[in-house]
Structures are given as structure tokens and as C-alpha cells.
Design a protein around this ligand. Structure first.
Ligand code: GLA
Length: 392
């Protein structure tokens, strides 16, 4: 659907939800897929994500009162808060609305002038809980729409930090910066090589010769909040503090493989050892993968993707039978350059690089094998790399 068609559709959704569509503007923020660098962003390591062309639309306008009303076309649910920060709180029963409310609360807290109420209607075309960052997409589109409606200055890096803060503090999910940054800073046909320790970044053109990125959605749902995500994060923090007894270092991402091998004997607990090993090796793999892509060595890039999955499966233990099946079956197919889980894991999606001529067979064969083994179907998407937030 073109932007013009989407805009008309959003205005219609808004009108149905709020009675009329006077003064409405329509905004968009993408989802993201991470090519490599998983569970490194809260360890001061590197990530390599890109924005998608699917994401979240928000039709919005300022209102004359101090109420902020939200409506989701996906969930057919409404929520209302006021612009008084002191009474905005996280409530489980608010469901998805906790994401926009959290962003508004965080903006208010930071002193951004949200001087009136707003009506916002959301519609997203990212499959929910798929590991493609539907929640960060809602956060960023909320911040972007609010900035545009009230006309304050907030650059995209600050916006991503603010949305992460909202997810950490309001929604109590201890996520890193990757998702919000990839979404706010997305660039068409480029992936973002981001050092999460310094927020220095470079755009790298994703040139895959005759191949394309294919996402396979396992349809196994995961909820970041209930998942083992926060547990993994605290295991890494414990491992880091033990390493700090013998080496001056501020994050696992600072360690080279050689340095890690020298100090790892302080990690006597096997689980902590494997978690830290993943964080260190995955960071180095990401650095190597980006230089492989830059020098046109797609084969090496694919091998590093495969190694990333193995490490996430064996050392970080965040895959599960659904994601492992998708990757194992992918690797059996002709024309597959690399395949791995993407996002937090525990369900969600895999990302594969597949030669164009083999994509049809890939989808058919992997889909069939998955259905046979898991008992329900996977969904496949051929990826186009999109840009960051914009006004339609
Ligand atoms: C989720 C989090 C990110 C990142 C990934 C794993 O998507 O939101 O910050 O930690 O998991 O790489």
C-alpha cells in the first residue's frame, strides 16, 4: 500500500475512533531487524540492525482539553490519561497503551512542552511479539508525533534514548538501546553499525549481490517482560563484576577474545561463564561481520551469522526448538548464505540471507518442515530496508 493510501486509511481509522478527522496528521516509525550482534547492546558491545518498511502508523492531533486519548486499530482498545505526569502510571490492564503512555510520561518528566491533550490512533503492520520491535516502533512513533504536534526540538538520538528510558522505567523491561536507536535512526538500504558503549555509529550499505534478507516468523509468542531477558542481563552484570576483581574494565564489550580467555577462570559458575563468553565473542563477531560485508565477503558474513545462532543456542540459551528448527532447516537449503535468530529470542523470528533464485524454494521447504515438526505454520517476509520516522 502506498503512503497516500495508508494516510487515507489512517484518517478513516481515526475518524471512526474519535468522531471526525479535523486537523489530523499521520506519522510512521518502522520496526527493525538485527543482522548480527545479539544481546550485546546492554553489554557495551556492537550491534548491526536495520529499519524495516513495516512499522507503526499514528494518526494524531492536538485536542482542546488536557486529555490524551489513544486508540489501537489492532487491538480495538482505548486508553485515556491526562497531561498531569504525577497521575500517569503503568497499569497491566492498559495493555499496549502502556507504551505510548510511558513515552508521554517520560517526555513530560524531561520537561518537553506537551501543553494540551492529544488524540492518537495507532495501527501497526509488524506481527506482534515477533522480535521485530513492535513495541519500540510504537514508542518512537509516539515521541515523533508528539514532537511534530507540539513543535519542540528533540533529535533522533535523544528520542531513542528517551524511548529506551520509558521502556526501562515505565514498562520495567531492562532493554538496551538497539531497537529504539535502529528505528529512530534508520536509513533506507543501510544497516547501522552501532557501538552501544559510546553511541558512535556508521551506516553501512547492505549490498547482498543477488541475495535478499528473508525473515521467518516462528509464531511462537514471547513477552519481553515475562521472559528470561532481564535474567540474562543480570547474569552478565554478575559475570562482569567478577571479572572486574581481576581486570579494570567497564563492560564485557571492552574485552577482546584473548583478554576474555585470560580472565575467564574467575567465572567458576558454568552458566555465568557461558553468558559472558557469548557477550564477548558475539561482539567480536559483529565487528568482523561488518568489515566482511564492507569488503564484499558475503560468505564470511553468513558464516558469522551461523556462529551467532550457535552461540545464542548453546551459550546464551535464548533460542528454543522453534527458532532452532527454522535455522537448521534454513541451512539445509540451497542458496542460504547465513541464518540466525534475531531479537531477544525465546520465540520471534529468524533472519536469513538467501540467494534470490532460491527464495521461493526456501520458503516452501522451510515452511513445510517447520509445520511438520512444530505443528503450526511459520510466516515469511522478504525484507526491504526502510528509513526512520516520517510524516506521511
Ligand atoms: C531486545 C532488546 C534489545 C536487545 C535485543 C537482543 O530486542 O530490546 O535491546 O537487547 O533484545 O539483542
Amino acid at each position: 500500500m502506498s503512503d497516500l493510501e495508508m494516510k487515507q486509511k489512517m484518517i478513516e481509522y481515526f475518524s471512526n475512533a474519535f468522531g471526525d478527522s479535523k486537523d489530523v496528521q499521520v506519522f510512521f516509525a518502522p520496526g527493525r531487524v538485527n543482522l548480527i550482534g545479539e544481546h550485546t547492546d546492554y553489554n557495551g558491545g556492537h550491534v548491526f540492525p536495520c529499519a524495516l518498511t513495516i512499522g507503526t502508523y499514528a494518526a494524531a492531533r492536538r485536542s482542546e482539553c488536557n486529555q490524551i486519548r489513544v486508540y489501537s486499530e489492532n487491538f480495538h482498545s482505548t486508553g485515556v490519561i491526562t497531561t498531569d505526569r504525577s497521575v500517569i502510571t503503568y497499569k497491566k490492564e492498559q495493555g499496549y497503551a502502556n507504551y505510548p503512555f510511558g513515552v508521554i510520561a517520560t517526555l513530560l518528566e524531561a520537561g518537553y512542552p506537551i501543553t494540551q491533550g492529544m488524540d492518537i490512533c495507532f495501527y501497526g503492520n509488524i506481527p506482534n511479539s515477533s522480535g521485530l520491535s513492535s513495541s519500540a516502533s510504537v514508542e518512537v512513533v509516539t515521541a515523533y508525533a508528539t514532537r511534530e504536534l507540539f513543535g519542540f526540538e528533540l533529535d533522533f538520538v535523544e528520542m531513542s534514548k528517551l524511548c529506551q528510558k520509558s521502556e526501562n522505567e515505565f514498562n520495567r523491561v531492562n532493554c538496551g538501546i538497539m531497537d529504539q536507536f535502529a528505528i529512530a535512526m534508520g536509513k533506507k538500504d543501510h544497516a547501522i553499525f552501532l557501538d552501544t558503549a559510546t553511541l558512535k555509529y556508521q551506516y553501512a550499505p547492505v549490498k547482498l549481490e543477488q541475495a535478499k534478507i528473508v525473515i521467518a516468523c516462528s509464531n511462537k509468542k514471547r513477552g519481553l517482560g515475562d521472559s528470561k531477558y532481564n535474567e540474562r542481563r543480570s547474569q552478565c552484570e554478575t559475570a562482569l563484576s567478577l571479572i572486574q576483581n581481576v581486570k579494570h574494565v567497564t563492560s564485557l564489550g571492552e574485552l577482546t577474545i584473548e583478554e576474555f580467555e585470560t580472565v575467564k577462570s574467575v567465572l567458576t559458575d558454568d552458566i555465568l561463564l557461558r553468558r559472558a563468553k557469548h557477550a564477548v565473542y558475539e561482539n567480536q563477531r559483529t565487528i568482523q561481520a561488518v568489515s566482511a560485508l564492507k569488503s564484499g565477503d558475503l560468505k564470511l558474513f553468513g558464516e558469522l551469522m551461523n556462529a551467532s545462532h550457535t552461540s545464542l543456542r548453546d551459550d546464551y540459551e535464548v533460542t528454543g526448538i522453534e527458532l532452532d528448527t527454522l535455522v537448521e532447516e534454513a541451512k539445509k537449503q540451497n542458496g542460504v548464505i547465513g541464518s540466525r535468530m534475531t531479537g531477544a529470542g525465546f520465540g520471534g523470528c529468524t533472519v536469513s540471507i538467501v540467494e534470490e533464485t532460491e527464495i521461493h524454494a526456501f520458503i516452501e521447504n522451510v515452511g513445510k518442515a517447520y509445520q511438520e515438526k512444530i505443528g503450526y505454520a511459520a510466516d515469511f517476509y522478504i525484507v526491504s530496508i526502510g528509513c526512520g520516522p516520517y510524516t506521511l
